[in-house]
Design a protein around this ligand. Structure first.
Ligand SMILES: NC(=O)c1ccc[n+]([C@@H]2O[C@H](COP(=O)([O-])OP(=O)(O)OC[C@H]3O[C@@H](n4cnc5c(N)ncnc54)[C@H](OP(=O)(O)O)[C@@H]3O)[C@@H](O)[C@H]2O)c1
Length: 342
């Protein structure tokens, strides 16, 4: 640790899978985790160290988020690791920000809350400004989806179009994640897919539509409109689905594609194709292609998906604390930086 760096004091709100992984990483680094909150249930009252699978107590007990005394917590930032939609996390944001904590939220809808849910974003912004703190959404997209798009345009003197593509491989999902692969439409025939996944019906399609506008905002363009559609992905031959513990037949969907187009006032179009597929042993990736002068492509192969999102949540903490009050997006915070020296 270098002498000019004071480790931030962190509160974790939501002690599930990622909340615990982030807590472990912070403890490994020696950044103090000073409080943990969760909704009522068996996690409340447990020592966070044990709950997060460490072999020792931390002396930090998970508190019931409804009854905790937030004013008594001395933390620089609260990490909200509960739900995707900002509206569902409003109670968490309010409690932490009213106690003077900055907030970094892991929910997908928080990445660009202004686009995902402008009404809730305005409420969060007012709350954050009133308490002089920053609110930001973070996680894997920061490195995989947002910053490569901004960087690839860095050599362009003109841009005609930008294109983002990604593959999330559902093949490794276990039966415990059955709900997840079902939410991506796996196992549905064309008619069932149309009835439950088309348009904005899938619980996930709305989250991904924020990526192209987020990147265009980072590049300084003015987005005038975004459209999206959702399509099933069919394979010609039966495909094994680990999570559903059966073969998916050729007339059943092996996942879905969310196709997004954002138009800008400057005439540059930014498209996104987000694939969620039973893709066997194919490596998950994020790619960005810029058509302009100079045209280029960047491909990010995601080898450690969980480690990536955990690392980005940790590494963004100092940026969020240092950012101006209000709702800020990672596209405006500069590229993510390693905390390896701290
Ligand atoms: N940004 C990214 O790159 C990225 C990547 C992956 C996942 N995510 C998102 O991260 C979030 C957390 O994922 P996860 O896998 O860690 O989920 P998880 O294992 O279900 O953990 C969520 C935790 O939050 C608690 N919780 C839920 N609602 C709450 C509420 N209203 N108040 C207080 N606590 C509440 C749950 O409590 P109980 O279970 O005890 O009831 C659980 O402990 C999800 O929204 C997920 O989609 C984001």
């Amino acid at each position: 640790m270098t002498s000019d760096f004071t480790p931030p004091r962190v509160a974790i709100y939501g002690t599930g899978q990622f909340g615990c992984l982030i807590a472990r990483k912070l403890v490994e680094k020696g950044w103090p985790v000073v409080a943990a909150f969760n909704r009522a249930g068996p996690k409340v009252g447990q020592d966070l160290g044990r709950l997060a699978g460490m072999d020792r107590d931390l002396g930090v007990f998970v508190q019931d988020c409804e009854t905790a005394d937030y004013a008594a917590i001395e933390a620089d930032i609260g990490l909200v690791v509960t739900k995707d939609a900002p509206a569902d996390n409003m109670a968490a944001y309010t409690r932490l920000m009213q106690a003077g904590m900055n907030v970094l939220c892991h929910g997908g809808g928080a990445m660009y809350a202004w686009d995902f849910d402008p009404e809730t974003a305005a409420k969060i912004d007012a709350l954050a400004c009133a308490h002089g703190v920053t609110f930001t959404g973070g996680g894997a997209w920061d490195l995989g989806r947002v910053w490569p798009g901004i960087l690839i345009a860095g050599a362009c003197t003109t841009i005609h179009a930008m294109e983002h593509k990604s593959l999330t491989n559902l093949s490794a999902a276990t039966p415990a994640s059955k709900h997840l692969v079902e939410a991506y439409g796996v196992g549905l025939n064309a008619e069932a897919f149309r009835k439950t996944m088309d348009g904005n019906l899938s619980p996930y399609s709305f989250i991904y539509r924020t990526v192209p506008p987020h990147v265009m905002l980072g590049l300084g363009f003015t987005v005038t409109g975004t459209s999206q559609r959702t399509e099933p992905i069919f394979h010609d031959t039966p495909t094994w689905c680990n999570a559903l513990e059966r073969d998916i037949q050729p007339d059943e969907s092996c996942g879905m594609k969310v196709i997004v187009t954002a138009e800008t006032q400057e005439g540059v179009t930014c498209s996104g194709e987000f694939m969620f597929e039973l893709a066997g042993d194919r490596t998950e990736y994020f790619s960005w292609t810029v058509d302009g002068d100079a045209s280029n492509r960047i491909v990010f192969e995601r080898i450690n998906a969980m480690g990536t999102t955990v690392g980005l949540m940790v590494n963004r903490i100092p940026d969020v604390i240092a950012a101006p009050p209000g709702v800020q997006v990672v596209a405006k915070l500069g590229p993510p930086k390693s905390s390896a020296r701290f």
